[in-house]
Design a protein around this ligand. Sequence first.
Ligand code: ADP
Ligand code: MG
Length: 290
Amino acid sequence: MIAKLEKHVIEQIAAGEVVQRPVSVAKELIENSIDAGSTRIDIKIKNGGKQLIEISDNGYGMSKDDAILAFERHSTSKIRTVDDLDRLSTLGFRGEALASISVVSKVLMVTRPPTSEIGTKIVIEGGEVTKVEPVGCSEGTTITVNALFYNVPARRKFLKKNQREQALIYDIVAHYSLIFPQIAFQLNTDKRNLIKSPIAIDPRDKILYIYGNEIARNLIHINCSNPIKVEGYLSKPQISYRSRDRLHIYVSSRLIKSKLLEDTVITAYQHLLPKDRYPLCVLNIYSTFY
Ligand code: ADP
Ligand code: MG
């Protein structure tokens, strides 16, 4: 059940701005779908996400009351107290994303939990709920974010070309697909399919779906537990790239961007790769704090 966090909890965890560009929306919505226990997440975008980002999942959905509360700032079902952070098993916990997104766009959400025969449709424009009505729909949640920053022209001006915004969304879907093999991901534009990544029994298959056969055949499986647990795949030295884009590093399945960790991986390849060439990795570092 979703509830508004108490003030002293908010003060300790609030992050502030979460929506800078279409990919921030895609990231937050994907994380919510993962947290909802989905095994299928479909994402559709138009014009690099500027015109439309739609995400559809088969997760546990929301009741009517929760569907309305979800868009209030600092409302979350994932924690109640700061202590809950110690045993956090979800990607989200601040209860800020849906509120922030709905303030700067036109949102339509259709959702149904498995416990209810009928779903809820809710429309929010610029942070104002304009419609709540019952609707027949399948189990799970579909959130459509239209006209991002329609009411914040200054933000709109700073967005990159559609192609660039789309590439950022592609990367984020690839990132999550690689670390959640038990979830099928699809990314489509209105014109074509960009990612089709079914559920993978063998996590290596996720690399195959994203990067193709040639890469998937040239991987080294990593599984070590001393001094810390690290699991995943590294490319063999015959595979290399001009950029660091294919260094996928996660801490407890949470995507992180750390130059230090990237450099550590690159250093391991020091004499194996030509100068200015980078490997591919999908590495999950397990945090020992939990
Ligand atoms: P947070 O993820 O930090 O809790 P959000 O603003 O992203 O905050 O979402 C608010 C709440 O809405 C979540 O805690 C969750 O209960 C609910 N929610 C959001 N997206 C989904 C979804 N796809 N399926 C089910 N519940 C969802
Ligand atoms: Mg969230």
